[in-house]
Design a protein around this ligand. Structure first.
Ligand code: M6R
Length: 365
């Protein structure tokens, strides 16, 4: 049932504050502002490294997770798309752990990567939405994302719930490894606790701006997304979402890679969507935007209040979100990214929930 929404995708975007808060409740003690111990099967304090494998949007969630596990838990992460991971013959330490991220829990390549790791003696964790799935069944530890059924082929709420669970796991790993202290844990958990309310606020406020922007995007042939740090996977997620449902060609790039190739594409016909919260990368990203502006590129900046005040650039549009802590920025910044793709597809009149050539669950190689 779509309720008051035109599409399941829209409904699922608007459900995010509620489902994320439900998901977090499973991993976090909000009274004491602490994370719950991650798992009694995977000992994050002892594992030398973590392998992550997934496909599509779930892979991009894993990529954000890699930044978190490495930064907050000092845990090295090997990550790849499952279709490559399964055949790369990666040398894996048997003492390592592996995480497989999958909304459906049935994706063929992800399952094959899981079995590869199992054969090599790794402890297996599954970050899944469907707890009765094959991937969940074959894992040693299951980390449910509790997003509820996701019907739209384009993943939205599963992505942000995957992120929320990975954030909680990274904090738990940091605690176990002694790289995060009590005060930092409490501050991070407080930020996570505030996130659902913030998400609701953002969803209520950005709609008109997004709609007018989407009308313009729907006339474009190509769109480039840029980001640094955890905003880089988000840039790729934005591009994936846009091409998936609006059929507009889009690419996501690390902002610093711009001058190594894609800058050649920049002209007044190709909008560049820059995802740039006011974090430790902001100034660098702004200087990349300057390179775009100098070549007549049209910039759509997605930033926060601090970023909007600090940027002197002439942008075509700026979407301003509330200031948020670094750990929650990827979830909050997902919202405009999802809505832009959604409204652009609505303007183009495509079948948003069932885009051409795509299946919700890819159970063949
Ligand atoms: O069920 P899974 O999470 O394993 O699915 C992985 C991908 O097929 C999926 O995320 C796909 O990329 C989505 N259509 C993206 O919106």
């Amino acid at each position: 049932d779509k309720g008051n929404h035109r599409h399941f995708m829209e409904k699922e975007i608007y459900e995010q504050p509620e489902v994320i808060s439900h998901a977090l409740g499973h991993y976090v003690n909000f009274i004491e502002n602490r994370v719950l111990p991650a798992s009694d099967v995977i000992d994050f304090a002892k594992v030398p490294s973590l392998a992550i494998s997934a496909c599509g949007t779930a892979y991009l969630a894993g990529l954000v997770g890699k930044y978190w596990f490495e930064r907050y838990a000092r845990l090295p992460v090997e990550i790849d798309v499952a279709s490559e991971f399964r055949y790369r013959e990666i040398p894996l330490a048997p003492q390592a752990a592996a995480l497989f991220i999958s909304q459906s829990g049935e994706t063929a390549d992800t399952l094959a990567s899981l079995r590869y790791c199992k054969e090599h003696g790794l402890k297996i964790g599954a970050v899944v939405n469907t707890r009765e799935s094959t991937i969940a069944r074959e894992s040693d530890a299951v980390f449910p994302i509790l997003a509820g059924p996701e019907i739209g082929v384009a993943s939205t709420k599963a992505f942000t719930c995957q992120l929320a669970v990975l954030a909680a796991l990274a904090i738990a790993a940091g605690k176990a490894r002694g790289t995060i202290g009590d005060a930092q844990e409490q501050a991070m958990v407080r930020s996570l606790a505030e996130m659902p309310r913030l998400m609701g606020r953002v969803l209520n406020s950005i709609q008109p701006k997004i709609e007018s922007l989407s009308r313009e995007l729907s006339k474009c042939r190509d769109v480039l997304y840029l980001g640094r740090g955890t905003s880089f996977p988000l840039a790729m997620e934005g591009a994936l979402k846009l091409k998936e449902i609006s059929y507009i060609h889009a690419e996501g790039y690390a902002a610093g890679e711009l001058k190594h190739g894609p800058i050649a594409l920049i002209d007044e016909n190709m909008p560049v969507i820059v995802i740039a919260p006011h974090d430790r990368f902001f100034d660098k990203t702004v200087s990349n935007m300057q390179e775009v502006a100098a070549r007549g590129g049209r910039i759509i900046l997605i930033t926060d209040e601090k970023g909007a005040a600090a940027s002197t650039l002439d942008t075509m549009h700026t979407i301003v979100l509330p200031n948020v802590d670094e750990i929650v920025a990827p979830m909050i910044f997902s919202l405009p990214v999802q809505l832009l793709a959604y409204h652009t597809a609505v303007f183009m009149g495509t079948d948003v929930d069932q885009p051409r050539n795509l299946a919700k669950s890819v159970t063949v190689e």
